[in-house]
Design a protein around this ligand. Structure first.
Ligand code: SAM
Length: 292
């Protein structure tokens, strides 16, 4: 398969919304870079959006996508982009993976939890180090929605629990839970490439004997989780509510992410009365969690 980057600049204010729209339009990854007016930025925390006035967005798509449809949809949704030039750059798959690895550096969560690309030596070998390559799946910890879940795991841990990671992407959350003491974890996704990446990452972290994967709709009928993560978009979480709740063991904890701060109350309301969700935020994003 070949990949194509769609690149354009937009204002800082529009960047997050545009990122979400690009993901909804099928982008596999969206990264931010310096616009033409950029001043250097230092000491960014995971999930931070640099304060450049103009942000260069690079969205990676499967080359078979209809780019006319994508750019028309973006311009319809964001009239501010009507005259913005949008460039396409075809990438051989190798280059894309290398580009990713160059941007992906060790990230620190909580006092002793790190995500490290396999190409780097862990900065603190005595810490809990999750060695990870995203492959073609979402989930490196750089995005605020994942960072919120990692921060939650660093605080709450997962001792002895059965974990369900719904929308597992790279497997980052399931694997972290296993490294933090979970008994068993299952990753579910609609994308078979995510399941491949998750299994490879579980092997790299020596947890594959406690990790299973399956496609959405193929989860064992009697599977119940003590701890369920779902980092997907707000509307999908609301649609999946009956399915997610049916997979909780008595007294289980549910952790939802992928929700914009402005959408948090809508998702909380949708999960009531069965579940009362508490909200934590990072940048424009919210994590919702409960003890059922
Ligand atoms: C934002 S990524 C989260 C990846 C990873 N869990 C993390 O926290 O970084 C969302 C993932 O959910 C998957 N997904 C989207 N809709 C889904 C659905 N209805 N059922 C299962 N997985 C879904 C996507 O393919 C993607 O891998």
């Amino acid at each position: 398969m070949t990949w194509t980057n769609l690149q354009f600049s937009c204002s800082h204010q529009l960047a997050r919304e545009t990122e979400t729209a690009l993901e909804e339009l099928g982008a596999t990854a969206v990264t931010f870079g310096e616009g033409a007016d950029a001043a250097p930025q230092f000491q960014l925390e995971p999930g931070d959006l640099p304060q450049w006035e103009q942000v260069q967005l690079t969205a990676l798509f499967d080359s078979r996508q209809d780019f006319g449809r994508i750019t028309r949809a973006l311009r319809r949704r964001f009239p501010q982009l009507a005259d913005t030039p949008m460039d396409l750059e075809a990438l051989p798959e190798q280059d894309w993976e290398r580009a990713w690895m160059e941007q992906f550096k060790p990230i620190h969560f909580g006092h002793d939890l790190w995500i490290c690309p396999t190409s780097c030596a862990p900065p603190d070998p005595a810490a809990t180090n999750i060695m990870l390559d995203p492959g073609l799946a979402f989930g490196t910890g750089t995005h605020a929605t994942t960072a919120l879940c990692m921060r939650w795991l660093a605080q709450h841990r997962a001792d002895g629990q059965i974990v369900l990671d719904y929308g597992c992407g790279s497997g980052i959350l399931a694997i972290t839970a296993l490294k933090l003491g979970a008994r068993q974890a299952t990753g579910v996704d609609i994308d078979p490439r995510a399941l491949t990446a998750s299994r490879e990452n579980a092997l790299k972290n020596a947890v594959s004997d406690r990790f299973d994967t399956c496609l959405h709709g193929e989860l064992r009928e009697d599977f119940r989780a003590d701890l369920l993560f779902a980092n997907i978009l707000a509307n999908t979480l609301i649609e999946l509510k009956p399915l997610l709740l049916s997979r909780l063991a008595p007294g289980a904890t549910i952790v939802l992410s992928g929700v914009l701060r402005d959408q948090a109350q809508q998702v909380c309301a949708a999960f009531r009365p069965e579940i009362d969700l508490q909200v934590e935020t990072l940048d424009d994003w919210a994590l919702l969690y409960s003890v059922a």
